[in-house]
Design a protein around this ligand. Sequence first.
Ligand code: UDP
Ligand code: MG
Length: 331
Amino acid sequence: MTDLHFTFSTVDIIIPVYNEEEMLPLFHGMLCETVDALPHSFTFYYINDGSTDGTAAALERLRAGDTRVVIVEFSRNFGHQAALTAGLDRAEGDLVITMDCDGQHPPALIAEMISLARLGYDIVITQRQEPESLSFLKRLSSALFYRLINWIGDTHILPGGADFRLMNRTVVLALRSMREYNRFLRGMVAWMGFRTVILPYQQPPRLAGTSKYSTRKMFRLAANAVFSFSLVPLYISMSLGGIFLILALAQALWVFSLWLRGASDQLVPGWSSMMFILLIVGGILMISVGLVGVYTGYIFQEIKHRPVYLVRRETEKKPTADEKTIADPNG
Ligand code: UDP
Ligand code: MG
């Protein structure tokens, strides 16, 4: 920590929010407590991801009390990854930090993340240390997911990596150029490279409310991770097809040899074994066609070039005191 070469003046924090009205004042208080002790100029981008509770009003109250708050409101719920993308599209700071507003990404880590950036790291990714309280099922599914994605994909994705990370301006601009519709930001950031450092942290429980990541949303994210990062499932189904073709050839040769030897009367057709083969081959065919179908679906979604999110309303970034003096020297 002796050689601090890099200085940053502006830091943007991107916070996706979905039905978290009771959380927001508490979270914002914690955030301010941390950032007010730091020498940087902060902007907070709160992305309201189509909340249906009082989140919009709660955000307005935050903005009324803090000019650093920017609100972006989606036209509907587009999901966590889309909300993060909207923030990244708007961020102008030298450094950008993305984090959840439920207290599970402790704001107290921000100071450490920035000091790592000052040491010359382009990306600081945080790694969740699984808390004791986490259910066995969640722990198992997370372990299996990372095992699978790292086994079949070319990009190594950090197990327990969170969407709580810091990126410098260069990285944000690079990430902004990747406009795929099905997004798994953890994978996309890993794919980019850059100088990356891992910061482990203990994940505290939620401040209030329940998880907004439904099982369905979790599965969709996992599917995006698998299918947008790997062609291996297709190769597996092709290899299985190849193996069955070879087996079929071997069987044909065997039957032919029986005919040649005049022993074709041994060929009493066994109904059960035939059904068995039929079912297996049928099953494999269906799986293979299904896999091709999934990839086709992904391609279809990508070529439509739909935007990742739609904004209903967004507030202006209010000028800071310094900027105000430059714009209007008398005011
Ligand atoms: N979130 C969002 N859109 C969604 C679901 C979640 O913007 O469709 C936000 C949510 O408000 C929170 C963050 O994403 O700030 C992470 O969600 P959550 O804490 O529910 O996920 P978990 O920590 O349980 O994985
Ligand atoms: Mg959470």
